[in-house]
Design a protein around this ligand. Structure first.
Ligand code: ATP
Ligand code: MG
Length: 572
């Protein structure tokens, strides 16, 4: 299949220069950008905040924050002071020590970032939890990690079953009129009095930094431990892939409850000293465009589900805003439909750059970096210093265009350190030949671009053909009536499996048998007869994780009347 490549639309990027510079790239070179290469003292929070606060950059804005009630900004110097204060509270009132798990369960706010950085400064391991988690999900994670402290808000307190969590000693409450009794500590009052001076705890590069539970798309979430060494890759990919420069105003829309919201919502941007925009509250197209216009956002990192919603809101809305500050747009979390890329070029005159990675990989691995020609539908190429391949179930490399396991050669700096409390699970990711096996199915073309097909378990075998659900879904969303689509294989006595599509329609379209047939024909003509869904079911919306991923296993379970499994990360 020949795909028209999209050249760079803005900026002065030269692929040859880029590849020349990085041909002999060695990760150990990256350390030279950090102060620890000279002092031997390691702590990400120091490199991300204090190093800038103690430099000529100290009065530069590090954090712009806003939601429906607040509108604030903090310089690097102020971030240093506030995170030191938060660190002092955790140290003095909660006895937090190196290696302790400190969980943060609250909506986005500046305090969330002060607390996270403060905990990291003490050498603690931060466990961020998305605010929408219900009691069961919160309990599972606090229990598994044996968290000692949780930082939360009074409104969320009823979702923390204190009596069932013997390891949990302190509850730090961020809110008004907090009464300090029992395990409760009043964060805001104590922040007023806390000292701005804090001795950072120097750790080893292999000491714990964050504990992220995965999104739960394919099953029960796993506790993935990352260590301070990950900063090497956060820094370098922030430069190469996010293309961040110190003068940039950067906006990552991900919540820190997911790995994107820490790796590229905290570490990446601040390690390179950029200004970081954080927006609280719910998604609304107008508010999103306003954010870009008001702050002059130049680099924007979001997810396919958000782009599809913006696309669905129509092109007229875009025209009301001055978005000329934008220079670079990126996407992560789910396959990026070619339709979204074409829409991006139309409305922003910019390409949307897909980036592929997972909680376990800790940072970006396969990307459309700025100098690369984009083939819409491909997640790009491995970044310098990363070796990827498609392997069979024995770890043998497969030739171009053969679908198989997407695998990465071990040895990139941000690889997970372990799966918390589950060494067996950790070991199950590796195959002979030092391959880390992602659980995703993909193929590589003859130019070395990788093409995501679906989760390994979601690949459909129909009449002897292997069909990746992503290709079918992407074709479906090209149809003008289709807003979103989730595709599964449904067992069939004759064909092995048939393709079944669940489709949410765009506003203004009504479900009918004619429309089903029209959509079917559309896929048949645009993709292949064997890839056209034999069954289509219309639904108001598709089951998704809180991070916006379509949960195909839930569609399948519903369809086949099977148990749905862990639903702790599902949207309402
Ligand atoms: P769980 O592991 O709990 O089932 P999850 O895999 O969705 O959940 P994450 O680590 O948040 O949890 O997501 C990583 C997965 O997201 C990848 O394995 C891949 O399937 C998908 N993904 C991420 N980025 C991309 C991308 N650019 N293109 C296609 N898929 C992507
Ligand atoms: Mg996963």
């Amino acid at each position: 299949m020949k795909v028209e490549a999209l050249p760079v639309t803005k900026g002065n990027y030269n692929l040859e220069d880029y590849e020349q510079t990085y041909r002999n790239f060695d990760w150990s070179e990256v350390e030279k950008n950090f102060s620890f290469s000279e002092t031997g003292r390691v702590n990400v929070a120091h490199e991300a905040i204090d190093r800038h606060a103690d430099s000529a950059r100290k009065n530069k804005v590090a954090l712009y924050y806003r939601d429906s009630e607040r509108d604030e900004k903090y310089t690097f110097k102020e971030m240093k002071d506030m995170s030191n204060k938060a660190g002092n509270i955790l140290k003095q009132t909660c006895d937090v020590e190196k290696g302790d798990r400190v969980f943060i369960f609250m909506p986005r706010s500046p305090e969330l970032y002060f607390a996270a950085l403060g905990a990291i400064k003490l050498g603690a391991i931060v466990g961020p939890l998305f605010e929408a988690f219900m009691e069961g999900a919160v309990k599972d994670r606090l229990e598994d990690s044996e968290a000692k402290v949780i930082i939360t808000t009074p409104a969320l307190l009823n979702r923390i079953p204190l009596d069932d969590l013997p390891a949990l000693k302190h509850v730090v409450l961020v809110g008004e009129n907090v009464k300090e009794e029992g395990p409760y500590i009043d964060f805001n009052s104590r922040m007023k009095e806390a000292s701005k001076k804090l001795q950072v705890e120097w750790v080893e590069k292999t000491d714990g930094l964050v504990l992220h539970y995965t999104s739960g798309s394919t099953g029960k979430p796993k506790g993935v431990l990352h260590v301070h060494n990950a900063m090497i890759q956060h820094y370098q990919t922030a430069k190469w892939v996010l293309d961040l420069k110190e003068e940039d105003v950067y906006w990552c829309t991900a919540d820190p409850g997911w790995v994107t919201g820490t790796a590229y919502g905290i570490f990446g941007p601040w390690l390179v000293g950029a200004s970081n925009v954080i927006v609280g509250g719910r998604f609304r197209p107008e508010a999103w465009y306003e954010t870009i216009e008001d702050y002059g956002v130049s680099v924007w990192y979001s997810a396919p589900t958000a782009f599809r919603m913006l696309m669905g809101a129509g092109d007229e809305v875009v025209k009301k805003y001055d978005l000329s500050s934008l220079r670079h747009i990126l996407s992560v979390g789910e396959p990026l439909n070619p339709e979204v890329i074409r829409w991006g070029v139309k409305v922003f005159n910019l390409r949307v750059h897909d980036t592929w990675w997972m909680t376990e990989t800790g940072a970006q691995l396969i990307c459309n970096y700025p100098a690369l020609e984009i083939k819409p539908g491909s997640m790009g190429k491995p970044i310098p210093g990363v070796e990827a391949a498609i392997v069979d179930d024995q770890g043998n490399e497969l030739p171009p265009y053969r679908m198989g396991n997407l695998a990465i050669k071990k040895g990139w700096p941000s690889m997970m350190h372990t799966i918390w409390n589950n060494k067996e699970k950790y070991e199950s990711y590796f195959m002979p030949g030092d391959w880390y096996v992602s659980g995703d199915s993909a193929y590589m073309d003859e130019e070395g671009y990788f093409w995501f097909q679906g989760r390994i378990d979601d690949v459909i075998m129909t009449s002897g053909e292997r069909v990746g659900p992503f290709e079918v879904e992407s074709k479906l969303v090209e149809h003008p009536a289709v807003a979103e689509a989730g595709v599964i294989g449904k067992p069939d006595p004759v064909r092995g499996e048939i393709i079944k599509a669940f489709v949410a329609l765009r506003d203004g379209h009504t479900a009918s048998d004619e429309l089903k047939e029209e959509i079917r024909q559309f896929v048949k003509r645009g993709l292949a007869a064997h890839a056209a869904p034999r069954e289509i079911e219309f639904r108001d919306k598709l089951p998704k994780t809180r991070s916006g991923k379509i949960m195909r296993r839930v569609l399948k379970a519903w369809e086949l009347d099977l148990p749905t499994g862990d639903l702790s990360t599902m949207e309402d």
